[in-house]
Design a protein around this ligand. Structure first.
Ligand SMILES: [Fe+2]
Ligand SMILES: [Fe+2]
Length: 302
C-alpha cells in the first residue's frame, strides 16, 4: 500500500472518540458556506473560546480583545479552522501508539525551538503573518508523526537506513517515494488547510525552490532557516524557550542592528528580496553563536 492509500485511512483520525467533539462540530460549521459568526459563537466550548481569545489577542496588535464575538471576527474562518485542526491533530498524535524508538518529547522540543527561532526572525524582520509562521513552525514535521503512527513498517525501514548513514530525507524518499515534509502537507490539505500553511511545510527541506517572486518567499525562507538552526541543536531538544527568553530578546535586538546595517550598506543597488538571503545568513550565524555560547555556559554551571 502506498503512502497516499495510507493517508486515506487517516480519515479515522477525525472519527475516533478521543478528539474534542465540540471542536469537530465547529470545524463542520466553518466548512459550511451557509454558517455565520453568530452561529459559530454559540457552538464554542470554554476551552475553544479561551484558545480563540488567546490567538485573537496575538493577532490583533495594540488592542485587547475581550469578547468572543469580536475574537471570531478578528481571526476569520481560515485561522479558526487552522487553530482547531492543529489542536485536534496534535491531541490525536500525543495519544497515539508510537514506535518505541520515536521520541515524542524530543519531537515536541524540536518543534518548540523551531517556533521560538521563527518568532525571533519574525520580530527582527518585522514580518506580517507572524502567527501563521509560528503555527507552521510548530507543525512543520507533522509528517514524521504520520509515518511513525500510520506506516510503522516503513518507519522501521527508514530508521534502519538512517542507522546505516543514509540521510533522513533520502531514506524517506527511498522507502515512501516522498519525504515527511510532503506527507505532512498532504495530510493538512486533506483537512482543508489552506496553501499558505501547507506549501511552506511541503518545501521545508527542499533548497531549490526559493523563488524571490513567490508571495510567501520570506515566510518559506525563514521557516527553512529556523528548521536548519533547530536541527543544529537537535541534541539540546529540551532547550526550553521560556527559560532562555532573555537570550532570545538579546538576539532580537542584535539581529535588528545587523538588519539595519545591511540594509544601509546594500539597499542602494539591490532590492530587499535580493539582499534577504545574505541577511538571513548573517543573522543565522549570530543566532548559532549566541545559542552555543548560552549552552556552553549552562553546561559549565551544571
Ligand atoms: Fe522536517
Ligand atoms: Fe524539523
Amino acid at each position: 500500500m502506498n503512502i497516499l492509500d495510507r493517508l486515506k485511512g487517516i480519515d479515522r483520525v477525525i472519527d475516533i472518540p478521543i478528539v474534542d467533539v465540540s471542536a469537530m462540530r465547529v470545524i463542520r460549521l466553518l466548512d459550511d458556506p451557509e454558517s455565520n459568526f453568530d452561529q459559530i459563537c454559540t457552538q464554542l466550548s470554554p476551552g475553544i473560546m479561551a484558545k480563540f481569545l488567546e490567538m485573537a489577542n496575538n493577532a490583533y496588535y495594540g488592542r485587547k480583545v475581550n469578547n468572543i464575538e469580536y475574537a471570531v471576527r478578528v481571526l476569520g474562518y481560515d485561522r479558526m479552522k487552522q487553530i482547531l485542526v492543529v489542536s485536534l491533530l496534535m491531541e490525536h498524535f500525543s495519544k497515539s501508539d508510537m514506535p518505541h524508538d520515536f521520541n515524542y518529547q524530543r519531537f515536541q522540543g524540536h518543534a518548540n525551538l523551531c517556533a521560538c527561532i521563527s518568532r525571533v526572525f519574525a520580530e527582527i524582520f518585522e514580518m506580517d503573518g507572524k502567527e501563521d509562521l509560528i503555527t507552521i513552525s510548530m507543525i512543520h514535521d507533522i509528517g514524521k508523526l504520520i509515518i511513525a503512527v500510520y506506516c510503522k513498517d516503513e518507519f522501521s525501514l527508514i530508521e534502519d537506513l538512517k542507522k546505516r548513514g543514509i540521510p533522513e530525507i533520502k531514506a524517506e524518499k527511498d522507502v515512501l517515494g516522498m519525504d515527511h515534509a510532503e506527507v505532512g502537507a498532504l495530510l493538512l490539505k486533506k483537512f482543508g488547510i489552506s496553501d499558505e500553511i501547507t506549501e511552506p511545510i511541503r518545501v521545508h527541506h527542499s533548497y531549490d525552490s526559493n523563488n524571490t517572486e513567490d508571495k510567501d518567499y520570506f515566510l518559506k525562507m525563514v521557516l527553512k532557516q529556523s528548521v536548519v538552526i533547530s536541527d543544529m541543536f537537535y541534541k539540546e531538544w529540551a532547550l526550553y524557550c521560556e527559560e532562555i527568553k532573555e537570550v532570545f530578546d538579546e538576539i532580537t535586538i542584535k539581529g535588528k542592528e545587523i538588519r539595519d546595517e545591511m540594509v544601509r550598506d546594500h539597499m542602494r543597488d539591490k532590492g530587499y528580496r535580493e539582499i534577504f538571503p545574505g541577511l538571513l545568513r548573517n543573522i543565522t550565524v549570530y543566532i548559532v553563536e549566541r545559542l552555543s555560547k548560552y549552552l556552553r555556559k549552562s553546561f559549565e554551571l551544571t
